[in-house]
Design a protein. Structure first.
Length: 83
């Protein structure tokens, strides 16, 4: 990144806990997604990517591929899932 202000804005803050999707999906927490509807806004594609990742993790959890200590094989994988 050529502008330090932009690099600072996209770097994780070590004082803020990391958002772990699988932990969120197993909690009773709520995630509010808010974005501008303006044409050309860069936010909607980012929200779509986040939603796709949430769905992907939910499918893995549903198949038991993401549970702690799980040795279950994911149905579409020839290797054991990560824990």
């Amino acid at each position: 990144m050529t502008l330090p202000e932009i690099a600072q804005a996209v770097m994780p803050d070590p004082r803020i806990p990391e958002f772990v999707i699988s932990d969120f999906l197993q909690s009773r927490d709520t995630l509010y997604l808010v974005a501008s509807a303006e044409a050309g806004s860069p936010v909607p594609p980012l929200l779509c990517a986040l939603l796709a990742e949430l769905k992907h993790e939910a499918v893995l959890l549903g198949h038991g591929c993401r549970r702690a200590g799980s040795t279950r094989r994911c149905p579409w994988s020839s290797t054991r899932s990560p824990t």
